[in-house]
Design a protein around this ligand. Structure first.
Ligand SMILES: Cc1cc2nc3c(=O)[nH]c(=O)nc-3n(C[C@H](O)[C@H](O)[C@H](O)COP(=O)(O)OP(=O)(O)OC[C@H]3O[C@@H](n4cnc5c(N)ncnc54)[C@H](O)[C@@H]3O)c2cc1C
Length: 415
């Protein structure tokens, strides 16, 4: 049930310092471990690029606990184990006639891990994956299970919790009637034209992603469009800002179909299928969120570092995300532009670059992704997250002996 070997995150850039990783088969087994271990911390599928999931004690991995999916059509919810991967449960949801509002780019991640860090897809009117949480069950420091529901006091502080409030066992998500989608690619768009219209481009479809390496253009814009109920297809624009619709790629084993073909939501919202290595596979990622009103200034600020960025960059993906009320959310209070860097696996060079990059974006209220690399220290984070002191109080009340403390939380958040 346990492992003592030093385990690493998906990218191989973080070696966990935990004394062991334990994989219970049931929630009762998990509760026993929580009751016994002086220090214990939840871990998902290890796709974070930093040590947000690490602890000096025991890492509790719930991916071996059956998902036990329960769909409640009347309530519009689906409840499942927190260790469940999106990509495994999504076809089951579809078969039950329901869908999620969005997914991240990869379906490999666990639901518990995604909501803990505010993982998101794209869509100016779509909240992060954490916003779909109707309620969740938490194994607390006293070993008891409690359920937190949307509308409860402190729910907005607890959904995006970085693993610091306890072990999440079950998650109840909002679902809606199932739908189908298509992905269409457009490009290229000259840089100045794109930057002058970035918010409009990202409002062109249900979900929009743009790609650039900060040269003289945005190479590709990807529109993810929903097919209306009862329709066979949906009309999509012939051009975006003058850039034509391209033939796109059919599903090729690495990417989901980007050729305008219609398919289920779970095979179009993510960029990668679950049986493929997602993204590049040899990389580091950082991601920065700026209020959408600062989108043009932020893109120009980053492009000012293009000479230093390009040697280390695979590609940068731009997305948007709707505001939410969660205390630790990168989009708390305002809609944002998400600037996601897939860096070559040059961790030292990226670490050397990030302070300048993040200083430029911090002047525009740029916040980092909790699950990716960042150079920001606690003072910088306090300036960017006004509810951080409230979150610390929540952690202190839920876990006075700091049994769920993480390496990241102690170092970066002083929790
Ligand atoms: C190739 C790639 C593509 C990515 N694409 C996106 C993207 O499109 N959008 C985006 O926003 N992010 C993206 N990410 C980042 C990733 O989605 C987040 O880091 C996410 O949190 C990873 O989930 P995980 O299950 O791997 O969790 P882990 O990395 O294992 O853990 C993350 C956090 O969740 C906590 N946690 C996990 N399970 C539990 C539990 N049961 N109880 C309590 N706490 C728990 C951990 O303590 C930790 O704080 C990507 C990462 C990779 C590697």
């Amino acid at each position: 049930m346990g492992s003592t070997a030093r385990e690493r995150n998906w990218s191989g850039t973080v070696t966990y310092t935990a004394e062991r990783v334990v994989r219970p088969r049931t929630i009762d087994e998990a509760a026993e471990i929580v009751a016994r271990a002086p220090r214990v911390h939840g871990i998902g599928t290890r796709h974070s690029f930093n040590d947000v999931a690490d602890t000096s004690g025991v890492l509790l991995d719930l991916t071996g606990v059956p998902s036990d999916l329960v769909v409640d059509h009347a309530a519009g919810t689906a409840t499942m184990g927190a260790g469940t991967r999106y990509g495994l449960v999504a076809p089951e949801l579809d078969a039950a006639g329901v869908a999620l509002h969005n997914t991240g780019s990869l379906p490999h991640i666990s639901i518990g891990g995604a909501i803990a860090t505010g993982t998101h897809g794209s869509g100016t009117r779509l909240g992060s994956l954490s916003t779909a949480v109707r309620s969740f069950e938490l194994l607390g420091a006293d070993g008891a299970r409690r359920v937190l529901r949307r509308g409860d006091d402190d729910f907005d502080g607890a959904v995006l919790h970085l693993g610091l409030l306890g072990i999440v066992t079950r998650v109840e998500l909002d679902v809606e009637p199932s739908y189908r989608m298509r992905q269409d690619t457009y490009g290229p768009i000259p840089w100045d034209r794109f930057v002058a219209n970035v918010a409009d481009v990202h409002a062109e479809a249900y979900s929009v992603c743009s790609y650039t390496v900060f040269g003289d253009r945005v190479s590709e814009v990807l529109l993810k469009s929903r097919v209306r109920d009862g329709a066979d297809d949906v009309s999509v624009p012939d051009a975006v800002l003058g850039a034509p619709r391209l033939p796109g790629r059919p599903a090729d084993g690495h990417h989901t179909a980007r050729d305008g073909s219609v398919g289920p939501w779970w095979d179009r919202l993510p960029h990668f299928p679950i049986d493929a290595v997602p993204s590049v596979g040899s990389e580091v990622q950082s991601e920065h969120f700026v209020p959408l009103r600062h989108a043009a200034a932020a893109l120009e600020a980053v492009r000012g570092l293009a000479d230093r960025i390009q040697p280390h960059l695979h590609v940068c993906e731009l997305r948007t995300m709707a505001a939410d009320p969660f205390w630790l959310s990168p989009t708390q209070g305002e809609d944002v532009l998400c600037i996601a860097f897939t860096w070559r696996k040059h961790p030292d060079a990226v670490a050397a670059l990030l302070p300048d990059l993040e200083a430029r974006l911090a002047r525009l209220d740029g916040r980092p992704h909790w699950g990716k690399t960042s150079s920001l220290d606690v003072d910088a984070l306090e300036a960017l997250w006004p509810r951080l002191p409230d979150f610390r109080r929540l952690v202190a009340a839920a876990d006075p002996e700091r049994r769920f403390a993480s390496v990241f939380g102690e170092r970066v958040l002083r929790t």
